[in-house]
Unconditional design. Structure first.
Length: 245
């Protein structure tokens, strides 16, 4: 990643305002601050030249450095036509389980927790439950639902390509969500979504489809339509902005 700039300071790094500002900027973007200190002659005295910039590594030497961890994962649920999206929103974790053509009415659910996506985790919400383990290449786990108490295994990979991600928004039909999966930038993305509304004891679920070809708007939202009424369109926003994936 390019350096954000070069700052000259006679103060220790801990007292440098420029370093503090850069640290905040890097943290907001999901990176860590990297500072290189050089001693040089400035005018009549010895000064310190600080090269301040964001590093793509989130590790400290001597540990092996890696790219910033993913914040969104998408995948599928074994034995079903359901897709799954997991997002670390910064304020906690959100999981969207979205049934396909055969199961959207019985296998659609939103999970949420104030805990970040890390290590092994479990969320129980009524008759629904999900457990997972965050591994090097993605997330693996299982889901149980009221319609099928037997656990269904699932796997999800980092959504770091093209339009891949989890999108959500509110519409007349309720809370709408869309999961987009795209293995690489050349491949046509696949997507499925639903809109869920609770009315008293009833849960109404409709299918939501992306308007094709799938294109992200300048604000990273995506245009979708109701499966039962394609004339009704609206936009959904990413749970985690693309720049933070």
């Amino acid at each position: 990643m390019p350096w954000t700039g070069v700052q000259v300071s006679k103060k220790p790094i801990s007292e440098s305002k420029s370093a503090s500002v850069a640290t905040a900027r890097c943290a907001k973007r999901g990176y860590t601050l990297r500072v290189t200190r050089f001693h040089t002659v400035l005018g009549m005295g010895l000064g310190t030249l600080l090269a301040v910039g964001c590093s793509s590594s989130k590790c400290d030497a001597p540990s092996p450095c890696t790219e910033p961890p993913a914040q969104v994962w998408v995948g599928s649920v074994d034995g079903t036509d359901a897709a799954i999206g997991v997002a670390d929103t910064g304020a906690g974790s959100t999981v969207f389980v979205c049934g396909g053509n055969d199961s959207f009415e019985t296998f659609t659910h939103w999970f949420s927790s104030d805990q970040a996506v890390q290590g092994s985790f479990e969320i129980t919400d009524g008759d629904w439950s999900i457990r997972w383990s965050l591994e090097l290449r993605g997330i693996v786990g299982s889901i149980t639902s009221p319609s099928d108490p037997e656990p269904h295994a699932f796997s999800a990979q980092p959504a770091n390509t093209g339009a891949a991600g989890v999108y959500q928004g509110n519409a007349d039909c309720g809370r709408a969500g869309l999961i987009i999966q795209q293995a690489n930038g050349e491949e046509e993305p696949s997507a499925q979504g639903t809109c869920l509304k609770r009315e008293d004891a009833r849960v109404l679920i409709e299918q939501v489809n992306p308007v094709r070809p799938i294109k992200l708007n300048p604000n990273l939202s995506v245009l979708v339509e109701l499966g039962s009424d394609p004339g009704r369109t609206f936009t959904l926003d990413p749970l985690v902005p693309s720049s933070a994936k």
